[in-house]
Each structure stands twice: as C-alpha cells, then as structure tokens.
Ligand binder design. Structure first.
Ligand SMILES: [Zn+2]
Length: 189
C-alpha cells in the first residue's frame, strides 16, 4: 500500500537526519507527511483533458479571455520543495470557450505534481491549445522557489518568470502586448 511506504520512508528520513521518530512531536509526522504528499501530488491522478472537455461551450466570442493572478502551488522536482506564485492564463477563442473555473482547475492539475516551472508553463499552454483549438494561448507564471530562497542559492526576493505564447500571441506583437498590459495590472486602451 503506497501510503504506508511513504510513511516508512519519512520515518527513515527522520532517523537519518538524527531525529527520534518515537518522540511525541514526531510520532504522527510520517502519517501527516504521507497525507500531505497525497494532496500535493494529486495531479497525477487527474486527467487535464477531462477537466477541459467537461466544460466546453460553442460560442461566437473572439476577444481575449484572461485569468489573472491565480495563486498556484507546486513542488520543484529537483528538491521536492515548494515553488509558488501567480499564474496568468489567456486565450482568444475560435469557436470554443471553456468555463473560467476550469482554467484554474487545469493549472492545479499540472501544479500538483513534481514540476519545473518551465514545463508547468508549457503544459498548461499546450493543453489549452490542443483542446480548445483557439486563435492563441498565453501563459505567464511568476513564482518564488523555496529551493533557492531557503538554501540561499539566489538573491532573496527573486522571482522567476516563465511564459509560453502560442498562436496569435506569438505571431502578433500587439496581441501579446495587450495581454502583458492586462497582466501587469494596466487597462487596455
Ligand atoms: Zn529546486
């Protein structure tokens, strides 16, 4: 049973770092960590296509749809430490739109896995491109990585930005600019 073995592994780690897994504060820690891991990696058991396809509508709308400043939390696959921040997701439909809440779910499905920020960004963008067949998709993630901050690797307060621009967001500078203006909190004129 996999959860059991996560517990055993955590107990092992506690011993290896010189702790006593039997002491009061740590007795339930392996179980807690196992449950926590189950939650933080639940994206492995969710199908992003199903999330999108369950909420597709045919609609004659061809303006930009932007989901801005969505909180996301993920784990870096190199250190299994959190990286988290804001996701900005936009698309311009061709004939299909998807419920806004599903965009948030989609980000979550990919974020709740071991990730690198670059791949997380492109996975979200590519999935929307494939499933919605829109005129274009834009995804910008800004995140801080605890594996850098806690380990003192990078300057404190540094934020990592990644972006994926597909379709018209790639080919039309004006469209990309409109998106970036919206993301940066400005109004489109
Ligand atoms: Zn890392």
């Amino acid at each position: 049973m996999p959860e059991r073995s996560i517990e055993q592994a955590v107990e092992q780690i506690l011993r290896q770092i010189g702790e006593d897994p039997e002491r009061e504060g740590l007795v339930k820690t392996p179980t807690r960590v196992a449950r926590s891991f189950e939650f933080l990696t639940k994206g492995y058991h969710e199908d992003p296509k199903t999330v999108i396809n369950g909420a597709l509508f045919t609609e004659d709308y061809s303006e930009m749809i932007v989901l801005r400043d969505l909180d996301f939390f993920s784990l870096c696959e190199h250190h299994i430490l959190p990286f988290f921040g804001k996701a900005n997701v936009a698309y311009i439909p061709k004939h299909k739109i998807v419920g806004i809440s599903k965009l948030a779910r989609l980000v979550d499905v990919f974020a709740r896995r071991l990730q690198v920020q670059e791949r997380l960004t492109t996975q979200i963008a590519n999935m929307l491109m494939d499933e919605l067949d829109p005129q274009g998709v834009a995804v910008v993630l800004q995140a801080e990585h605890l594996c850098m901050r806690m380990r003192g690797v990078e300057k404190q307060n540094s934020v990592v930005l990644t972006s994926a621009m597909l379709g018209v967001f790639r080919s039309h500078q004006e469209t990309r600019q409109e998106f970036m203006t919206l993301v940066n909190g400005g109004n489109v004129r």
